[in-house]
Write a protein that binds this ligand. Structure first.
Ligand SMILES: [Zn+2]
Length: 159
C-alpha cells in the first residue's frame, strides 16, 4: 500500500482521487483544558473532513461550491461534512482530544510557521522557507509536511 509509484497519480489501483485542501490546518490538536492528556479519549478527523467543515461552516459555502473546490462529488462532500460535524460535536461534548490527521489529500498552498516568533508564511505548495522573514530565525516548521505521509513528500529534502 505504501508503494504506489504513480507518475501521473491517476488511477492508482484501489486509491480514490485525492481531495483538494486549500492549506494545512494551522493547528492539528485540540484538548479540553484542565484534563491530563493521558486521561482523554481521542477522536481524529481526517484532513478532508476538516476541509469540508472549514468550507461549509467556517467560510459558509454551500455544498456544491465546496465540493467543486475539493474536487469531489457533492454527495461525497455531504458525507464528509456530516462525519466532520459528528466527530467535532462528540469531541466537544464528551471532552475528547481532537486530532486532525490523515486522508488522501493534496494541498493548494503551504504554510511555514516560525517556532520562535510564531510568524506564518503562506506560499506555493512546494516552496521551502529557510529563514523567518520576521525575526530571521531558522527554526521554521513546514506545516504541510507533517500532514503528508512520507510517500507524498518529495525525496529532495533540503537540509
Ligand atoms: Zn520568526
Amino acid at each position: 500500500m505504501d508503494r504506489l509509484r504513480s507518475p501521473g497519480r491517476k488511477r492508482v489501483r484501489g486509491a480514490y482521487r485525492k481531495r483538494r485542501i486549500e492549506s494545512p490546518p494551522r493547528f492539528s490538536n485540540y484538548k479540553p483544558s484542565g484534563v491530563p492528556r493521558i486521561e482523554l479519549q481521542q477522536t481524529s478527523i481526517t484532513l478532508d473532513e476538516y476541509e469540508a467543515f472549514r468550507l461549509a461552516d467556517y467560510e459558509g459555502h454551500d455544498h456544491l461550491e465546496a465540493s467543486v473546490q475539493m474536487k469531489i462529488s457533492r454527495p461525497t462532500f455531504s458525507r464528509l461534512i456530516e462525519k466532520a460535524r459528528g466527530k467535532i460535536a462528540h469531541a466537544i461534548i464528551d471532552g475528547r482530544e481532537l486530532i486532525i490527521e490523515g486522508g488522501n489529500i493534496d494541498f493548494s498552498r503551504g504554510i511555514h510557521r516560525c517556532r520562535d516568533c510564531g510568524e506564518e508564511q503562506v506560499h506555493a505548495v512546494n516552496e521551502t522557507i529557510d529563514d523567518c522573514p520576521e525575526c530571521g530565525s531558522e527554526d521554521v516548521e513546514d506545516l504541510t509536511r507533517k500532514y503528508l505521509s512520507p510517500k507524498d513528500t518529495k525525496k529532495e529534502t533540503k537540509t
